[in-house]
Design a protein. Structure first.
Length: 154
């Protein structure tokens, strides 16, 4: 599991990890931040290189005067590199529009909308099959994912 959030959000993914481990999942983790450089991304790749599957937990949220709401290009590249070799899930605990940066992404995309303990627990329950995954987009993400697109996995 790779987490990405602002330096002020040090707890993102902690409850998700705890809940996944409580469900019997064993997974290494690595945390990235906006200031993470090439060596951090190399370390993140080393963490996931031999993994059977990978979860990216991301919190990209609007912040006044930032000018953009997006994943860093280096993180988008890491997600696509991961997805080229193994099942990869991107979970957004913030902006739902991250998928637009990954035009050829073959993995799963779960929109959790906000980062809090209850949401992280619900994501863990969904990823481990303890609860169904159901939903329809209330917005259009891109032409491939118009408003009303959805999924139901029971």
């Amino acid at each position: 599991m790779i987490t990405y959030a602002e330096e002020t959000n040090l707890s993102l993914g902690n409850e998700l990890l705890r809940s996944l481990r409580a469900a019997g999942e064993t997974l290494p983790t690595f945390r990235l931040y906006p200031a993470s450089g090439p060596l951090s991304y190399d370390s993140a790749w080393a963490t996931i290189r031999g993994a059977e599957r990978v979860v990216f937990a991301s919190s990209v949220r609007p912040i006044a005067w930032r000018g953009h709401i997006a994943l860093p290009d280096s993180l988008a590249a890491l997600i696509e590199r991961s997805a080229a070799g193994r099942p990869t899930m991107l979970v957004s605990f913030g902006s739902p529009y991250l998928l637009g940066q990954l035009p050829a992404f073959p993995g799963g995309y779960l929109i959790a909308w906000s980062a809090n303990l209850a949401t992280e627990r619900a994501v863990a329950d969904a990823l481990t099959g303890r609860i169904p995954i159901r939903g329809r987009l209330p917005i259009t993400l891109d032409p491939r994912h118009p408003r009303g697109t959805g999924i139901a996995i029971d």
